[in-house]
Write a protein that binds this ligand. Structure first.
Ligand code: NAD
Length: 339
């Protein structure tokens, strides 16, 4: 069993912890918190040993009846690999600790590529992660872009990508972020950082991205256009998406035309935390104009990177050599069903 520690038990960390616990070849050795908030009670109810970054804060946890197993250093000593799901830029500060402890670490998209020196996506570069000490699972938006671009590049070759990201203002549990009533250009400048971020995984793809933030918490929405190198039919594109293990078609027949209806649908399907792990590509939006492909895809920001972290663990440990096998194991353990 691969022993996994989760440093930073928040939106992403708590999902990755449950996904690890569901895998047949992995176990949780501990999760870490900085303060005894609601997530700490969830960790307790799941039975995950709880470690804390600053051991001098132990009494605050004792006071509310949450037992502390020890310090983060002690947690890392028990682990083969740590998922660093601390807020952006905190991961970089943790790197000397991981180096000192000689533990493998997976960072998240809030960190710079340079922190790990290698950016990961299961579809695109699984085998390049073999044996590495550090990797970064790219952000939710970049993960969604990499999946669709790589699938089209494999099938037809991609000449150029243009993508507009309409991003959620905050996660549903976050009460201090906005906007409440605005469309915020984020950034105003073009290209946004998403294009260069895609190129940390797919360096040969010419891509220009634009991004804005809107008052919603559900999901991001991408409007994508791609110039393909070969002619393709709309039906061929739909078949590729349909067969892909991390992309799902939002069927015209469901009548779903929004992130809100899609979130409700995924919740009703009984998905854990109503998480959509795959790209939600709107069937009716897929269009070919000559060699140009157009589509809309919904990206559930809290979910799509979770499954990538699981595959990154197997790749870095080297326990599963074939990416397709790892993706299948991950999906089966989480109970993927077609959307
Ligand atoms: P979050 O704020 O929900 O959770 C972070 C957790 O880390 C919190 O529980 C916090 O208390 C804890 N923490 C803070 N400092 C710590 C420390 N020094 N040691 C241990 N724990 C510490 O953040 P999140 O949304 O889960 O984001 C985590 C990472 O994942 C970031 O890099 C982010 O950019 C990336 N990411 C987030 C999303 C998203 O939509 N939330 C999507 C993809 C990637």
């Amino acid at each position: 069993m691969i022993k996994v520690a989760i440093n930073g038990y928040g939106t992403i960390g708590k999902r990755v912890a449950d996904a690890v616990a569901a895998q047949p070849d992995m176990e949780i050795v501990g999760v870490s918190k900085t303060r005894p908030n609601a997530d700490a009670f969830i960790a307790k109810s799941r039975g995950y040993p709880l470690y804390i970054a600053d051991i001098s804060k132990k009494s605050a946890f004792d006071k509310v009846g949450i037992s502390v197993a020890g310090s983060v250093d002690e947690m890392l000593a028990k682990a083969d690999i740590v998922i660093d799901a601390t807020p952006g830029d905190v991961g970089a500060k943790n790197k000397p600790l991981y180096e000192k402890m000689g533990v493998k670490a997976i960072y998240q998209g809030g960190e710079e590529h340079e922190v790990a020196g290698f950016s990961f996506n299961s579809d695109c570069n699984y085998r390049d992660a073999f044996g590495r000490q550090f990797a970064r699972v790219v952000s939710c938006n970049t993960t969604g872009l990499c999946r669709i671009i790589h699938a089209m590049d494999k099938a037809y070759g991609v000449e150029k990508v243009r993508a507009v990201m309409v991003r959620r203002g905050s996660d549903p549990g976050e009460i201090k972020k906005g906007p409440i009533d605005a469309v915020v250009l984020n950034p105003v400048t073009i290209p946004s950082h998403h294009g260069p971020d895609v190129q940390t995984v797919l360096p040969h793809i010419p891509i220009v991205t634009m991004a804005m933030i809107v008052p919603t918490t559900m999901m991001h929405m991408h409007a994508i256009s791609m110039d393909l190198k070969k002619v393709a039919t709309r039906e061929d594109i739909l078949t590729i998406i349909e067969k892909h293990p991390r992309m799902g078609l939002v069927r015209k027949s469901t009548g779903i035309t929004s992130t809100a209806e899609l979130k409700e649908y995924v919740m009703d399907l009984g998905r854990s935390r109503s998480d959509l792990w795959e790209n939600g590509i709107f069937e009716d939006s897929v269009a070919m104009v000559g060699k140009e492909l157009y589509l809309f895809q919904a990206i559930h920001q809290e979910a799509d990177v979770v499954v990538e972290n699981i595959d990154a663990i197997r790749a870095m440990i080297g326990s599963v050599k074939d990416p397709e096998v790892s993706v299948r194991m991950t999906n089966e353990a989480l109970g993927f069903t077609a959307i």
